[in-house]
Ligand binder design. Sequence first.
Ligand code: HSE
Length: 288
Amino acid sequence: MKIRVPATSANLGPGFDSCGLALSSYLTIEVIDEDTKWTIDHELGENIPKDEQNLLVQTAQKVAPAIKPYHIKMSSTIPIASGVGSSSSVIVAGIELANRLENLNLTERQKIEIATSIEGHPDNCAPAICGDFVVASYFFNQDKPTIHYVKHYFPECRIIAYIPNSQVLTKESRSVLPETLSYAEAVKASSIANVMIAAVLNGDLVLAGKMMEEDRWHEAYREKFVPHLATIRKIVKRNGGYGAFLSGAGPTVLILTSEEKADFITSELEKMDGTAHIEQLSHDREGV
Ligand code: HSE
């Protein structure tokens, strides 16, 4: 049995903690056989456990406490701690693993609820589960966690990922955010997000791209983690791309462009810094 989970980009600028897009880069796990203990074969780095401490197993055990141990192969093209949903992909894979091995018949909504309760926000896990573009809200209604979500087709385009050779932990990148925002700032920030989403739904990537560069919730506070963002935006603007934004908590920046302009913009970005990895991606429309 194989499970494939897409990378995701959260926020898309102003859609902080609520918007996300599934991307064509994947975590794959393969169940080899039952075993006497959990064994996870991977080459993803020394810091990633190969036993039941692995987030995949921890998640599967949360969903199905009586699940038996298995020998699993895990591989991934999703860079770690880079803002493209690597942890979320493992959590979603763990939920799906328990779902299939234990025949739980979890619905899409149940999977999103479980993943969000682990992650704290739905903007990576919801598109990893549903594929494509997902807008989701997560709040407590009389102490009951409540999720509403809408999946929608994201217009065709090229997505360039500018992945710096550095890592940022989400916790660290969230620790610089303010505790409060003034009412006036929040109204402005939410109006920008609303127009961004409406433009995506209308298939208008020119307007959506503009709004993606106008975030008021988080990007300004995270500037120290992404000193390259301003230069990337200049290159994208000069060459007719739709827009560039910090992917999730960073440090990856995503650039949206038409197919015709993608190669030229990529070559201009390559001149910026020889250590960054630059990859052209597209949407994943299926999810897990
Ligand atoms: N919305 C989250 C953030 C995504 O920007 O912190 C990263 O997990």
